[in-house]
Design a protein around this ligand. Structure first.
Ligand code: GDP
Length: 444
């Protein structure tokens, strides 16, 4: 369960530089909605094994006069609401400006933990300015330099220690399948949920989620129970004001994290955007399953859309989920909607599949002899044997002479070979490589 850290502050204090400095290798998701600027981004920050969602709120600027613009106030308020902790960035070069004071007042009225970060603290002469920031009443300023990478590790340590205790995963009833419905605004997610939970189908229960004011809905379809994660978050929207959407990205990532299978909804007229691809990439990184839903298919004829053409275009772009199910739906008429859950059941079965060690090793021997690992320097990778260590997500461990010799392309080759032999359609699989000595109990 990830918590969210938001970066706030007026323009030019270096929020984006800090954001980029803190970001994990995984690419940030830029919300490409109209009305949001390119600097509204969401990514991940880590401290050792811990990970949190990091959000850059963009600039808080003064419109006319000295008042914070209303739209921006809404944006900052939503940042504060969704965040578990805030980093309030000020500029050591310029000292306290009136806008800093206003933001401090805004932040003080919440009871979220705030870390005051004095950026651009590049030299010791600035110590007196740093002391000035105590006047903001936000506690001790933490001097950092995003540019020169000074004080960053300490700041990360500090912000993680300010996060409240991590909430537990909601305890989903055994045997139920938690599903995240994600996609850009207006693709029809709420309409789909209405259609799914419509009066003719029995909504079993509403379970409060672990994210603030999230509500999960449990329902039955056929012989299975499904949990739709954070239905409240999907429905609650109305008019999306700038700045709010990027929080729905972090909300979507939370939902994916809590799911087993994600349903990525796209609009038949637009299909895949860069943001959709990022989200799909995230589903893969989190080792979940994926169903792609092309909604508003009732408009296909009118718009002269060709099913096969769209399908092949999408498959070319999401190659990392080979054989992922694609469903065409109309949330308005209900057509095709429940077929999503047939696809989910299939993926769940794939995720629970166990491949025997003997079958896996027969595959491994063939794969290695068909395409032996390249030598790197004097050393050649040797893979002795493999075993499926876990289901859900399907996890394969391969024992080798030296895991550092496993090239990314070889890992991908083995994953593709596993898929070719055993399927695992629509779900991510995980392969791990270990040195044989790490596993003493297993024989050769
Ligand atoms: P969300 O932002 O993804 O939750 O999208 P909504 O469910 O609010 O839908 C956005 C708009 O698209 C609304 O005006 C819906 O009536 C419309 N819409 C949703 N699903 C369909 C569909 O299957 N066909 C058509 N023609 N319109 C749809």
């Amino acid at each position: 369960m990830f918590q969210t850290i938001a970066i706030v502050g007026r323009p030019n204090v270096g929020k984006s530089s800090l954001f980029n400095r803190l970001l994990d290798k995984r690419v940030a998701i830029v919300a490409d909605e109209p009305g949001t600027t390119r600097d509204r981004v969401t990514g991940f920050v880590s401290r050792n094994e811990e990970k949190a969602i990091l959000v850059d709120t963009g600039g808080i600027s003064l419109q006319d006069g000295n008042q914070i613009d209303k739209g921006i106030r809404i944006q900052v308020n939503s940042a504060i609401q969704e965040a578990d902790a805030l980093m309030f960035v000020v500029d050591t070069n310029s000292g306290i400006l009136p806008l800093d004071q206003q933001i401090a007042n805004l932040l003080r009225s919440t009871n979220k933990p705030v870390l005051l970060v004095a950026n651009k603290a590049d030299n010791t002469k600035r110590e007196s300015t740093i002391a000035e920031f105590y006047k903001l009443g936000m506690g001790a300023p933490h001097p950092v330099s995003a540019l020169h990478r000074v004080g960053i590790a300490e700041m990360v340590d500090e912000i993680f220690s300010l996060l409240p205790d991590n909430p537990e995963y909601a305890d989903y009833p055994e045997g139920s399948i938690p599903v995240a419905i994600v996609g850009r605004p207006n693709v029809g997610k709420s309409s789909l949920i209405n259609s799914i939970l419509g009066e003719d189908r029995s909504l079993v229960s509403e379970i409060p989620g672990t994210t603030r004011d999230a509500i999960d809905s449990e329902f039955q379809y056929g012989d299975r129970d499904f949990i739709l994660i954070d239905t409240a978050g999907i429905r609650r929207k109305g008019h999306i004001s700038p700045g709010v959407e990027k929080f729905s990205v972090s909300r979507a990532l939370q939902a994916v994290e809590r799911s087993k299978i994600a349903v990525l909804v796209v609009d038949a007229k637009e299909y895949l955007t860069a943001q959709d691809l990022h989200v799909a990439g995230y589903v893969q990184d989190a080792y979940k399953g994926l169903v792609l839903v092309i909604n508003k298919w009732d408009l296909a004829q009118e718009e002269e859309l060709d099913r096969e053409e769209i399908e092949s275009l999408i498959r070319r772009r999401i190659q990392f989920f080979p054989d992922m199910p694609i469903r065409f739906t109309s949330a308005i008429s209900g057509k095709g909607v429940m077929s999503i859950f047939d696809a989910i059941k299939d993926i769940e079965a794939e995720r629970m599949k166990r491949i025997t060690t003997s079958k896996l090793n027969r595959m491994l021997m063939d794969a290695v002899s068909a395409h032996p690992p390249a030598t790197s320097g004097k050393k050649r990778l040797k893979i002795y044997y493999g075993t499926q260590a876990e289901v859900d997500p399907p996890t394969f461990v391969f024992f080798t002479n030296d895991p550092s010799l496993v090239h990314f392309s070889y890992k991908r080759y083995l994953e593709n070979t596993i898929r070719k032999h055993f399927g695992f359609k629509g779900t991510a699989i995980r392969t791990l490589f270990k040195a044989r000595s790490e596993e003493s109990s297993a024989g050769d």
